[in-house]
Ligand binder design. Structure first.
Ligand code: NI
Length: 207
């Protein structure tokens, strides 16, 4: 299945998950905000508590970042293309913001490949993108729980006969959660750094 099809399916999954809250949202005439990814129904259907290990090896939960907005991306360190693009976009968007706004936002990179992404490896990797970016890993079960909460799809794809040489198929959205840990919105791959920065600025200014 192509990356594009995967993205489409992931989007459909998110939209389907949002339909429950969506009836109310449509009654409020929510089509305009939906066009830019702000979906009130999302807050009720996405996100949730997580328990993972950060790149320093410390156990963390959403409470570890209480009071800050969370800018979350799920991916993996060996991703050949999509993850570097999206993490680069997050970094560029953060750097477009004033320092005081930036300080209110914690960017997180949650691996969907915990077998290979240990804390030390994640620390090396996140440093390539932004000093504020923190990598999170965990057991396969903890990873699955976090990904499920955000409706993130991922699956191992073996390449050739070497069991260690594999890719991870994964959906690719950037998520924003409020200081209370609840999902505010998501950003599809076509979002520009400028649009992401503007949305982050509005979210922080409105809090
Ligand atoms: Ni990736």
């Amino acid at each position: 299945m192509s990356e594009r099809v995967r993205q489409g399916l992931a989007m459909i999954a998110i939209l389907a998950a949002t339909l429950a809250g969506g009836a109310m949202w449509f009654q409020r005439g929510g089509m305009a905000p939906a066009a830019e990814g702000a979906m009130p129904g999302l807050a009720a259907s996405l996100g949730g508590p997580f328990s993972l290990v950060d790149q320093e090896g410390r156990r963390v939960t959403q409470a570890s970042y209480a009071g800050r907005f969370l800018l979350i991306y799920f991916g993996y360190r060996y991703c050949p293309d999509v993850c570097p693009t999206e993490l680069g976009k997050m970094a560029a968007a953060l750097d477009l913001l004033p320092a005081t706004t930036q300080a209110r936002i914690q960017p997180l990179f949650i691996t969907v490949d915990p077998e290979r992404d240990d804390p030390a490896g994640l620390k090396d990797y996140t440093a390539l993108f932004h000093p504020a970016l923190i990598g999170l890993t965990g057991t396969p079960d903890e990873t699955r729980a976090a990904a499920r909460a955000w409706r993130v799809f991922y699956a191992k794809q073996t390449v050739g006969r070497d069991a260690d040489a594999y890719l991870m198929d994964h959906s690719s959205f950037i998520y924003l959660a409020g200081p209370d840990g609840r999902a505010l919105r998501f950003f599809p791959p076509e979002t520009t750094p400028e649009a992401l920065a503007a949305a982050l600025h509005r979210a922080v200014a409105g809090s």
